[in-house]
Design a protein around this ligand. Structure first.
Ligand SMILES: NC(=O)c1ccc[n+]([C@@H]2O[C@H](COP(=O)([O-])OP(=O)(O)OC[C@H]3O[C@@H](n4cnc5c(N)ncnc54)[C@H](O)[C@@H]3O)[C@@H](O)[C@H]2O)c1
Length: 353
């Protein structure tokens, strides 16, 4: 039998309060995060949302019980009923919105990219450093993917020996009209560029972009597929194959070639069927990143909420402002290499101690 008596004079412990999250930008990714926090994240609820399009904000808010809509990101960041901010607006607004969160002393999970160029990203690194406490987490959710975690653990335990080559593949069924070579670098390759920071924990020193002939499915002017060849300070080479007009589905595969073994993650196929009609055998390919990485997004947001609740603000393994700056610096070099002959050197400013 459970003892339910309390000592005389001891008040029962107050139930823990949910972390109240304000979400800035509720398009595709922001609405997905609102749904996740409202339905699947323990210890959190969405309290306020805003979007450039008020109608979009109202529609998404209606799906999050107890939330309200405000007109501007500034109102969210300043709101008394917002303990932590999730930013899912377009990348060009991230720098200013994250800087405002740092100034307000509020923990923030910002979707990638941190900024659209290394200078802006470094502004965030410096501001966070000067504020005296870490509060910026960056939405590189693959760090919370089970396969990524297993590969990282194997590497850290020395099971694969010295990393020699990291082979990455990143494929989409299609992209929106207007997707350019620069988007290929800043929107797509940026995930593998962060994977280098995550797995290898050392800087990229050079990057070369290689453009084979394009598929006839590619939007006008896009070099698709595209290859990135990157070299780290210790000599590990990373290949990144980007192919965003496959017309089939979303695939992300990662293979680490080490001196003691080779490990591959991301080959999940789910159910495999054999069909009599047509005599075909196989599984399904996820339509886009949301079903493919749903567990990783869930784990990322849950880890962030736990870090906000315990006051550490940034979860272990999460990408930080510095990781966002490094990614921006490598993307900028990759962009320059689109019009250069041969590899382009990556320049990194000093990391604040
Ligand atoms: N981690 C991932 O796998 C992943 C996947 C997709 C997108 N993203 C990132 O998420 C962010 C949003 O991408 P998306 O695909 O949801 O785009 P989206 O266009 O679907 O949504 C962006 C929303 O922000 C709103 N908005 C525009 N300007 C704003 C402002 N100044 N303040 C507040 N809201 C504003 C728009 O009205 C829109 O509703 C981008 O940074 C993108 O790179 C990350």
């Amino acid at each position: 039998m459970t003892d339910t008596t309390t000592q005389a004079g001891t008040a029962p412990a107050a139930p823990p309060q949910d972390i109240r999250v304000g979400v800035i930008g509720v398009g595709r990714m922001g609405a997905d995060h609102v749904e996740r926090i409202s339905r699947r994240t323990k210890g959190a609820r969405v309290s306020v949302v805003s979007d450039y399009l008020r109608e979009t904000a109202e529609k998404v808010s209606a799906s999050a019980p107890g939330s309200r809509v405000v007109d501007t990101p500034e109102e969210i960041i300043a709101a008394d009923d917002v303990d932590a901010v999730l930013i899912a607006s377009p990348g060009q607004f991230h720098r200013d919105q994250v800087l405002a969160c740092i100034a307000a002393g509020k923990p923030v999970l910002c979707e990638k990219p941190l900024a659209m160029n290394p200078q802006d990203a470094y502004d965030v690194v410096r501001a966070e450093h000067e504020s005296g406490r870490s509060c910026v987490s960056l939405g590189f959710m693959r760090r919370f993917d089970t396969g990524y975690g297993e590969l990282k653990d194997a590497l850290d335990a020395g099971e694969l020996g010295t990393p020699l080559i990291l082979n990455c593949k990143h494929r989409n069924a299609d992209v929106l009209p207007g997707f350019t070579n620069v988007h290929m670098v800043y929107d797509s390759a940026v995930h593998e560029i962060d994977a280098i920071s995550f797995f290898l924990e050392e800087p990229v020193v050079s990057v070369q972009t290689i453009t084979p002939r394009s598929t006839e499915n590619a939007p006008e002017g896009l070099s698709d597929p595209m290859l990135l060849l990157l070299r780290t300070a210790s000599g590990t080479v990373v290949t990144d194959e980007l192919y965003v007009s496959t017309d089939s589905g979303y695939e992300v595969r990662t293979e680490l070639v080490g001196s003691k073994g080779v490990a591959t993650v991301g080959q999940e196929s789910g159910m495999v069927t054999t069909q009599q009609a047509g005599g075909r055998w196989g599984g399904a390919v996820p339509a886009d990143f949301r079903p493919r990485f749903v567990d990783a997004y869930d784990a990322e947001v849950q880890a962030w909420i736990a870090a906000v609740a315990d006051g550490s603000f940034v979860a272990p393994r999460s990408a930080t402002a510095w990781d966002g700056y490094v990614a921006a610096a490598v993307c900028e070099a990759a962009e320059r290499s689109l019009t250069a002959d041969g590899p382009v050197e990556v320049q990194l400013l000093e990391r604040p101690s």
